[in-house]
Design a protein around this ligand. Structure first.
Ligand code: PNS
Length: 176
């Protein structure tokens, strides 16, 4: 490739974005959003909130493993955990953007509040909203946990490796 005179690679504007969440567990809706984010950002950091107050289904270390496995193919995704303010983590990561998914209008109010609060805290950080595929518009980690707990099938809504880990955690062999 011919490089233009005066070209300095450090001048190239690379966009690093953070995709924050709880991911307990990772769903195919999350993965769909990660795939979309990986196409428009140079690097995407999937950031798992390390919230020790809640009683999670999966410890944060296992969530890191699950997401790392499921996103290996993309090449420009890393997985990290964070405590405290998201904007502070974004600053440490030198990220320019936050990525959040909006599945339906019902998500909008909460997302709008968070985006504006984050903007107040860090005006230079932009929140970018993307929509996952319609087929995942009703999928949430909370519903996945509930349906699985009550013996329903979550096949096709979370990666197969997540189903396996949920089954292992449930301590019994059952069909999804
Ligand atoms: O997957 P979730 O539960 O919708 O993710 C929510 C998350 C982790 C993005 C949000 O709770 C968060 O950013 N927490 C970190 C603490 C913080 O910065 N709070 C102020 C947000 S305006």
């Amino acid at each position: 490739m011919k490089i233009a005179p005066g070209y300095n690679p450090s001048d190239v504007n690379t966009i690093r974005a953070i995709y924050p969440g709880t991911f307990d567990p990772l769903t195919n809706g999350h993965l769909d959003l990660i795939a979309r984010g990986s196409k428009i950002f140079d690097h995407l950091v999937v950031a798992i909130l390390n919230n020790s107050e809640k009683k999670p289904l999966f410890p944060v270390e296992e969530r890191v493993e699950m997401i790392s496995e499921a996103t290996r193919e993309f090449g420009n995704i890393s997985v990290s955990t964070f405590d405290g303010l998201l904007v502070e983590f974004a600053r440490q990561q030198q990220a320019q953007a936050l990525l959040r998914g909006i599945r339906a209008i019902s998500d909008y109010e909460y997302e709008f509040q968070m985006a504006l609060m984050n903007r107040r805290l860090a005006p230079q950080l932009e929140t970018v909203f993307m929509m996952p595929a319609e087929k995942y518009s009703y999928v949430s980690s909370r519903l996945i946990r509930e349906v699985f707990d009550l013996g329903g099938s979550v096949e096709g809504l979370v990666p197969a490796s997540v189903v396996e880990r949920m089954q292992a955690r449930a301590g019994k062999s059952r069909t999804v």
